[in-house]
Write a protein that binds this ligand. Structure first.
Ligand code: MTE
Length: 309
């Protein structure tokens, strides 16, 4: 396998430009980001096209189109058919919405969507690598999860964060399939959750998040397989034991807790060495930690990543 030294994964000037972009975008509200991207505001002429975006992520990869990002989805609560999620998720009620944050915290709180949008929103262009070996580059809008966790004040015993998706089988036909242990649950170690790259996303392409992408609020952890990036979150708990995710419960030999993107560790049923970028021909080599090794490798120092997969 071709190895890329971690020093090449994020050339410093590109990393800096990402930071600068984040810094400047950070000063904008979602409304300003939406306006800047030509999203319709009341009274403005109707247009449903998103302008072509010539920007890239910090490795120079072009963004996937809004169309690609919103028509090829994994959201098993609706259907396992990636091209069918958007249609089935149309009309999903994303407002009002509340996220209960509790467990081992000094200051448990319920955040309404408006409270989440009151955190300073910024744009982050991240690669998303699905465990199924396809990938995209997505311009998210959101804020670091750390800022929300700081508000609730994790207590000394808190070691993990457990996330839960809404359970609404009347609106989500896939949740009527009892094969899956609903609700969808995911987890992070507290230090992973506090990492600056870990985002709570509320938007996409400068617009509100679409239902098929996890509206109104989802997690985005770019160095882990996409299944860790849980959608439509209603509950966040700080806990002292490692949470069991839906995928760990269903197939523990295939899906571990960490799920860090790792081209050297194959899924039991397929290789993870390469990936298919949606919209491209051929395959690309998969990068360790999805290309974010410089930022996150230290979180796993001394751990055997073949055992902790
Ligand atoms: N979250 C929930 N609640 N249900 C899901 O089925 N699928 C995961 C993740 N989050 C999923 C989920 C998987 S496998 C991937 S690859 C990403 O969402 C896909 O996100 P996207 O559809 O926005 O690209």
């Amino acid at each position: 396998m071709h190895k890329i030294p971690s020093s090449e994964i994020t050339p410093e000037h590109l990393f800096l430009s990402r930071r600068q972009l984040m810094g400047s975008a950070g000063a904008l509200s979602v409304a300003a980001l939406l306006a800047a991207c030509g999203v319709r505001t009341p009274g403005a002429p109707a247009t449903d096209t998103v302008p072509a975006d010539a920007r890239t992520d910090e490795l120079g990869d072009p963004l996937n189109s809004f169309e690609e990002i919103t028509t090829y989805n994994n959201y098993y609560e609706f259907t396992t058919d990636k091209q069918g999620v958007a249609r089935l998720a149309t009309g999903f009620q994303t407002s009002p919405w509340e996220v209960q944050v509790g467990g081992l915290v000094g200051n448990p709180r319920t955040f309404a969507l408006e409270d989440l949008l009151a955190f300073e929103q910024e744009e982050r262009i991240y690669r998303l690598r699905c465990v199924e070996a396809w990938s995209m580059v997505i311009p998210w809008v959101g804020f670091p999860l750390r800022r929300l966790l700081d508000v609730v004040e994790p207590r000394a015993g808190a070691q993990y964060v457990r996330f839960e998706t809404v359970f609404r089988p009347e609106e989500m036909p896939g949740q009527r399939d009892r094969y899956y242990p609903w609700p969808y649950v995911e987890g992070l170690r507290l230090d992973e959750a506090m990492h600056d790259l870990t985002l709570l996303a509320t938007g996409l392409y400068g617009r509100e998040l679409t239902p098929q992408n996890g509206a109104p609020v989802r997690l985005v952890v770019p160095w882990k397989y996409g299944f860790k990036s849980i959608k439509s979150i209603v509950k966040i708990d700080l806990v002292d034991t490692m949470p069991t995710s839906l995928w760990m419960a269903l197939a523990p030999n295939e899906y571990g807790f960490y799920a860090n993107v790792n081209p050297a560790v194959a899924h039991p049923r397929w290789s993870q060495a390469t990936e298919r970028r949606i919209g491209e021909r051929g395959r690309r080599e998969t990068l360790m930690f999805n290309g974010y090794a410089d930022e996150v490798a230290s979180l796993y120092a001394g751990m055997d990543l073949r055992v902790n997969y």
